[in-house]
Design a protein around this ligand. Sequence first.
Ligand SMILES: N[C@@H](CCC(=O)N[C@@H](CS)C(=O)NCC(=O)O)C(=O)O
Ligand SMILES: [Zn+2]
Ligand SMILES: [Zn+2]
Length: 191
Amino acid sequence: MAPSLHPIIDNGITPGSSSFSGGKLHCRCASDQVEITLNSNVAHNHACGCSKCWKPSGSLFSIVGVVPRDAVSVTANASKLSIVDKEATIQRNACKDCGVHLFGRIEKDHPFKGLDFVHVELSDEKGWQEPQFAGFVSSIIEQGSHPKEMDEVRAKFKAVGLQTYDVLSPVLMDLISTFTAQKTGIRFANL
Ligand SMILES: N[C@@H](CCC(=O)N[C@@H](CS)C(=O)NCC(=O)O)C(=O)O
Ligand SMILES: [Zn+2]
Ligand SMILES: [Zn+2]
């Protein structure tokens, strides 16, 4: 059987709602769940094949989007949260008991500072933005996927209408490079 990319991608993508304005995320503990309240829909939601983003067991990809950090609050059981890797750019706050990542936050100078990374499959609500693309696709090889499976993986994304990239989408790569250029003193008119 072909490997699962992710449950919300395997059988075709359900579009989100442009009027949806947020909801709650819960970890997967049977009781005393960590609860996160998001006062915003996500943006740039995408499949990530990197080794650091949380993914459900059996899936090759994570689904991760961003929300302004001001729109994120921990509304129950905050004491169960712990940062997975304090040295990483994205400080991923995971539940110590079930291992789910509730939100990832950037504290250092970075183009995406101010945005938190979240997994909307941890919500029961419907209307979250659907995945827009797949990034870090080649990274799944580093976790054991066979290089010969990659054509099939990329074809599956294409079949559900998603472009695949080995880092991020052009829009996000341009944002990162614009930030880097500005740091070196380049100034663009009319940005
Ligand atoms: N090939 C690497 C890529 C890791 C990576 O660069 N992940 C991206 C996408 S989430 C990133 O921005 N990481 C920053 C971080 O993990 O803090 C892996 O799979 O571990
Ligand atoms: Zn938990
Ligand atoms: Zn990732």
